[in-house]
Ligand binder design. Structure first.
Ligand code: COA
Length: 192
């Protein structure tokens, strides 16, 4: 692996996955198939049912990291080494550069600030270590928890792509609108 950051926050260690994490990843994936179904139906964790699946996904994450295609992080609680969340950092416009972020927290640990803590750590890494000038994030119009998370992390709602997403339909089955958020380097540096 070219670059293997270990980001330490108040309660978490946020770092790239390694193939050795397969048992923990399997446990996370199994516990969250339903949790991810509504707003992240295509998340790789949803395809994990066995240890071999988990190993294959984590090998792919390592290859993606090395190729600079997409950077997947796991967030581990310091006190008991439990894997609580996954954050993805995706190059979006390498000429700016701009990256996009996305994440989920284990449904059993929602509402405790772990997603905020993990996402903030990765956003900070994107600005400081990856030279990002802009970080963006998207979520569907009915994903209220995600909207709160993104806003809490300092992002600004910049636009709404109306009725564009058939892959994350609304509860009534219609294509959802996509909220597009952005955070600029200067805004991050000035934030408390
Ligand atoms: C979106 C998602 C990551 C948000 O998770 P979350 O648990 O709401 O976010 P956090 O872990 O940051 O927790 C925030 C909540 O914990 C509370 N909290 C408690 N301690 C906290 C702390 N130390 N720091 C921050 N918040 C804290 C906050 O007040 C907030 O409460 P609220 O739910 O009443 O607003 C989660 O719902 C999820 O995994 N959804 C499925 C996947 C998904 O939709 N991903 C996003 C696609 S864009």
């Amino acid at each position: 692996m070219i670059d293997s950051p270990t980001l330490t926050t108040l309660r978490l260690i946020v770092r790239p996955f390694t193939p050795n994490d397969a048992p923990a990843y399997l446990e996370l994936a199994r516990a969250n198939h339903e949790h991810l179904a509504r707003f992240e139906p295509g998340n790789p964790a949803r395809s994990v049912h066995t240890l071999a699946d988990a190993e294959a996904v984590l090998r792919q994450y390592a290859a993606d990291w090395e190729a600079g295609a997409i950077f997947f992080f796991g967030a581990w609680r310091q006190e008991d080494n439990a894997l609580l969340a996954q954050v993805a950092l995706m190059p979006y416009n390498p000429d700016l550069p701009e990256v996009e972020v996305g994440c989920f927290v284990d449904g059993r640990y929602e509402g405790q600030g772990y997603a905020t803590e993990s996402l903030r750590a990765v956003v900070d890494y994107a600005f400081r270590e990856r030279g990002a000038k802009r970080v963006s994030c998207r979520c569907s119009d009915e994903n209220v928890r995600s909207q709160r998370l993104i806003t809490r992390c300092g992002f600004t709602l910049e636009g709404i792509l109306r009725d564009c997403n058939p892959y994350v339909p609304r509860a009534d089955g219609s294509p959802s609108s996509e909220y597009v958020y952005g955070l600029l380097r200067g805004e991050w540096e000035e934030s408390p």
